[in-house]
Design a protein around this ligand. Sequence first.
Ligand SMILES: *Cc1c(COP(=O)(O)O)cnc(C)c1O
Length: 354
Amino acid sequence: MSRYLSERFASLEPYTPGEQPRDMAYVKLNTNESPFPPPPEATRAAARAAERLNLYSDPRLTCLRKELSRVYGVQEENVLCFNGSDEALLLCFMAFCDGQHPAAFADITYGLYPVLAKVTGAPFEVIPLKDDLTLNVNDYVGIGKTVFIANPNAPTGIALAPEEIRRIAQSNPQNAVVVDEAYVDFGAESCLGLLDQCENLVIVRTFSKSRSMAGARLGFVIAGEELIRDLDALRYSVNPYNVNSMTLAAGEATVKNEAWMHSCVQTICLNRAWTEKELKALGFEMTPSKANFLFVRHPRIGGKELYLKLKARGVLVRHFDRDRIRDFNRVTVGSLDDMKALVRETKAILEEIK
Ligand SMILES: *Cc1c(COP(=O)(O)O)cnc(C)c1O
């Protein structure tokens, strides 16, 4: 730390992203990226936009907001785009959390939430999941805090029903309730249908997982018009050109080709079912995942040991070295070839330690 750093950030513990190693070609199952490229017209649109890099991107994000509002059946005033959903989450913490509106989220969920709470100075409560890693909805009913819920949750993949989110939102009318639907396309039910009944609901989505655009950094929020205006005021205050023109162009082309996404998602879901079955046959236990990853543990090998042995064999998964989930690894569901490599190497490791 330099002596110039603001005291506010002296004890900050930054978020640790999954490794992006360049030392060898791994079967990369550690950051929940899509194994598929975005549709070819998206890459072409980005290349065309690159020819006009001398100009600023559209600060109003008009074309992409229009396309998203069409696909999701809402008004353009209900949609706003961000530099990844991580930026959307940051602005949600800035906009909707303070001493009067403390944040609340689970102990085991997206690791960025506590980091964002700290960096924005928001007071927050961490609420433990149950022993089976499911969320107790009653813990949040009437809590009087700004609730952040990843649905499906990460890294467990466990999803709540919209009805449960509705209970949380309607019982906390003084607070925003932020539902992070990063993985919802892989088989959970979206809370979009609740927007009419819950004016405090904020739905956060990303292009990074189901839409194969993690490297482009694109996320969006769907919410009531007033909440969107609040977020937009903050966006204009911190980063008015937050989404670059290549990403805007690629995003628009991707949204226009929903069939492409549906086909990718369908393949991932089939590969998830295949991997579940294979890993269970090897003795693994896992949470019921509705996401593009599995959260797995084996009674005969520790989480860290399995992670390291897989890495040595060229397969990268995500291990979280923290209480309650140390025995687990989170395995992204990739292509069938990726999953076959995972199962093959895992089998060899289990043989080895017999
Ligand atoms: C991947 C992920 C995000 C981040 O998405 P970006 O749009 O890439 O910033 C947000 N929330 C959860 C729960 C995620 O897993």
